[in-house]
Design a protein around this ligand. Structure first.
Ligand SMILES: *[C@@H]1O[C@H](CO)[C@@H](O)[C@H](O)[C@H]1NC(C)=O
Ligand SMILES: *[C@@H]1O[C@H](CO)[C@@H](O)[C@H](O)[C@H]1NC(C)=O
Ligand SMILES: *[C@@H]1O[C@H](CO)[C@@H](O)[C@H](O)[C@H]1NC(C)=O
Ligand SMILES: *[C@@H]1O[C@H](CO)[C@@H](O)[C@H](O)[C@H]1NC(C)=O
Ligand SMILES: *[C@@H]1O[C@H](CO)[C@@H](O)[C@H](O)[C@H]1NC(C)=O
Ligand SMILES: *[C@@H]1O[C@H](CO)[C@@H](O)[C@H](O)[C@H]1NC(C)=O
Length: 438
């Protein structure tokens, strides 16, 4: 009993303060980003417009979630949260996760992009849109002077396109594309947002790619992507040759975008890549926004790249408490496993990107398949009133990194281990014991 109380106290008081300690944020050298623009030209040389257009068919929407189903899911999540609060402790032994080889780790917060400093760690991309959008990406000065980017008084980060100017037929609308200065190879990426841009002609994405490689070498991961008034988010991987999506078993909840691209299976090669459409109707667009947005989480290690999305009422409590434990979240919406794709080889050194483009290779080519979008995509571009929803509202983007836990830790933890980690590990171990005794 005493032991148990101690454990609860340790977890409740020690862990959050330890985890929140800013000194624990890992410092990393920031990439210079100088060679980054090579992406623009390589993109053009690789893609063939006709090939792409023919592959873009109107996709059969997966079964649509009813609003009743959404409400009941939210209720379930709410109940879970109540249980958690009553006990004063998240209902699981600890936040320890296990690699396939049996070694253990926890996800530790490494970087937070949020609030007033959000844009400080971003580079503005202001050259031609590689996806041929009817867009002019502006630089940092123009973006702030036009209020395309700013941070609201409540700390919410806003990023939007020009919503005031008329443009001539075929003309470009001003908008924004930003990327992190830091590059990542792996991690747990959690985006908390209230809304993502949507509407006819609008094509936003939250994605990662290798800034300094000849695309698609070193990969691209599209975590949130939608066009027009779609209600289903699309998750896509792009790499060079030799990486396939393994669809054995029932491992994701979404629906395959392009089954059997080649006789070898679902290749992730090139411009089309391998994509999975989310099942939930509240994963993109108006319904997502009506739910108050939510989170998108991408777990990337050498075993898999998996994406989950939760609308606000269904966010798992371990995410809210800052001790994310993906193994408790259930099946991901989409997952690329290492069984038919060497993830280490195909994905590395990614910057994280937010953009809002219009028409172009995707939204332009499939404009006529969007039932509620009038006229042509170029015509849609003219009136600024059509862009009132072309806006990102971001609460935070957090990047967690794996922090290994060593199996034989005692109170006299190894001197090489930081004191906060040994405290963390002992409290986690004791918490585990308390559960097995109760
Ligand atoms: C186990 O796997 C993890 C993640 O892939 C890796 O970092 C670690 O070095 C591996 N440990 C051993 C003992 O192989
Ligand atoms: C963000 O910018 C600050 C100030 O330049 C720097 O100290 C910090 O390391 C940067 N963080 C990231 C994740 O790039
Ligand atoms: C940007 O917002 C500020 C503060 O709300 C306002 O004073 C300014 O006129 C706006 N600038 C433009 C170009 O709309
Ligand atoms: C894809 O290929 C597999 C094996 O060749 C076959 O069993 C399956 O029916 C194909 N699926 C589609 C949608 O063509
Ligand atoms: C995967 O690629 C990495 C890096 O190229 C290589 O070191 C590793 O041996 C490869 N793994 C397999 C199973 O082929
Ligand atoms: C913007 O969003 C609102 C609220 O969902 C909707 O009523 C309106 O039609 C949207 N406007 C455009 C231009 O998409």
């Amino acid at each position: 009993m005493n032991l148990r109380i101690w454990a609860v106290l340790a977890l409740c008081t020690l862990l959050p303060s330890v985890l929140a300690e800013p000194g624990l944020t890992r410092g990393h050298s920031v990439e210079s980003g100088s060679a980054r623009r090579s992406l623009v030209d390589s993109f053009d040389s690789l893609k063939s417009r006709n090939f792409f257009a023919s592959a873009l068919r109107q996709r059969s929407q997966p079964e649509v979630e009813s609003l009743e189903e959404l409400a009941s899911k939210a209720e379930e999540a709410e109940e879970k949260r109540d249980l958690t609060n009553e006990a004063g402790l998240v209902k699981r032994d600890n936040a320890v996760e296990t690699n396939q080889n049996g070694s253990q780790y926890i996800w530790m917060l490494a970087d937070t992009y949020a609030g007033e400093t959000f844009y400080d760690n971003m580079t503005f991309f202001s050259t031609r849109d590689p996806t041929n959008g009817l867009v002019t990406y502006v630089d940092r000065d123009r973006s702030f002077s036009q209020n395309y980017t700013y941070v609201r008084d409540d700390g919410v980060v806003i990023m939007q396109s020009d919503m005031k100017s008329w443009v001539p037929l075929g003309g470009h609308r001003e908008s924004v594309r930003i990327e992190t200065q830091k590059a990542y190879t792996g991690g747990l990426f959690i985006l908390d947002l209230q809304r993502a841009p949507w509407g006819c002609a609008i094509w936003p994405a939250f994605w990662t790619t290798a800034a300094n490689a000849f695309w698609p070498r070193d990969g691209e991961i599209d975590i949130l992507e939608g066009v027009h008034d779609n209600e289903h988010n699309q998750i896509t991987w792009h790499t060079n040759e030799g990486c396939y999506l393994d669809d054995e078993g029932d491992v994701w909840t979404g629906e395959l975008e392009h089954p059997n691209r080649t006789d070898k299976g679902i290749s992730c090669i090139g411009f089309i890549g391998c994509g999975i459409t989310e099942w939930s109707r509240a994963s993109y667009g108006p319904y997502f926004e009506e739910q108050g947005g939510g989170i998108l989480a991408m777990k990337w290690d050498d075993e898999m790249i998996a994406v989950w999305s939760f609308f606000r009422a269904a966010i798992p409590p371990d995410v809210t408490t800052g001790m994310p434990t993906p193994s408790t979240w259930g099946k991901p919406s989409a997952v690329l496993r290492n069984t038919k794709c060497n993830i280490t080889q195909h994905f590395r050194d990614h910057v994280i990107i937010f953009d809002i483009t219009f028409c172009g290779d995707l939204a332009g080519n499939n404009y006529n398949t969007a039932p509620n979008c009038p006229g042509t995509c170029a015509e849609r571009m003219m009136d600024p009133a059509n862009f009132v929803n072309a806006s990102w509202e971001i609460n935070s983007l957090k990047v967690y990194e794996k922090s290994p836990i060593y199996a034989t830790v005692r109170s006299d933890a190894s001197p090489s281990m930081a004191p906060w980690l040994s405290m963390l590990v002992s409290s986690v171990v004791v918490a585990g014991l308390s559960y097995s005794f109760s």
